[in-house]
Design a protein. Structure first.
Length: 256
């Protein structure tokens, strides 16, 4: 069986913006609580912290439970990572440059006990983006992105599952024109410093402007695969309509 990094990344990106107590939150808990065997026999409740639960649920949903230490607690997750079949997958190094799909563990107060976790969904040099459950933004707990720098003193280390490949084969789209996917309808946030909006999918095509990090765009579901990357047809807040690449790793756009 192949284990693809981008499979985990895409699952986490798809959960971006889910808030605590929402249907999406309940879905994540259901995925985790429905797995057999259930870690420590404990069913996570809606009022519980759910960062580790979200990470574990992503691996369960991907069908990758056998390469990851499923847990609802950060400390316990690390202990299991050290005892995985085939050897430890725990990297206790804040200076480690992570790869997509690796799982960061934070120690907020420096007491040597893990406090929070998330999955790396984008890496640019020594800066990376982590998608985290139970992360409050504007006072609301949800699944949200955090930008982190290699060497940050709050990093306790990383869990590095034994993936076998970076990217799953792209689906074949026979029709060269746009196709509509209802699952892509929605509002997205730019998750890179700045990105071009183009008249057609492909970097070889003319740019009609740019969208900056955290800017929101809407997609009515029309998209197209081009050179192994998915391009969404979007409209900006100023009314510009064009195509933005999700990136080959799927990290340029996140659900808003």
């Amino acid at each position: 069986m192949e284990y693809y990094r981008d499979r985990i990344v895409n699952i986490m990106m798809g959960w971006s913006g889910i808030t605590k107590y929402s249907d999406g939150h309940k879905l994540i808990l259901g995925i985790y609580n429905g797995h057999i065997p259930l870690a420590r026999g404990y069913k996570v409740k809606e009022d519980d912290a759910y960062c580790a639960t979200t990470v574990s649920a992503a691996f369960i949903k991907a069908g990758y439970a056998d390469i990851f230490p499923l847990e609802c607690g950060c400390h316990e997750m690390i202990q299991k990572a050290k005892k995985m079949p085939g050897g430890s997958i725990w990297i206790p190094d804040k200076n480690h440059v992570p790869k997509l799909g690796e799982v960061i563990q934070y120690d907020w107060n420096g007491d040597g006990v893990a406090d929070h976790t998330g999955i790396v969904v984008q890496v640019t040099g020594k800066t990376f983006v982590v998608m985290e459950g139970n992360y409050k933004v504007n006072g609301v707990s949800g699944v949200n992105p955090r930008q982190v720098t290699v060497g940050d003193s709050r990093i306790m280390g990383f869990i590095s599952p034994k993936f076998t490949a970076n990217t799953a084969p792209a689906p074949v789209v026979n029709d060269p024109e746009d196709y509509c996917c209802k699952g892509m309808i929605g509002t997205y946030m730019i998750n890179t410093s700045e990105i071009n909006i183009r008249i057609k999918p492909g970097t070889e095509n003319k740019s009609i402007g740019t969208a900056k990090q955290f800017e929101k765009v809407t997609c009515d579901g029309y998209c197209r695969w081009h050179n192994t990357a998915l391009w969404l047809k979007v409209t900006t807040s100023t009314g510009k309509t064009g195509y933005i690449s999700c990136g080959q790793k799927g990290g340029y756009l996140v659900r808003a």
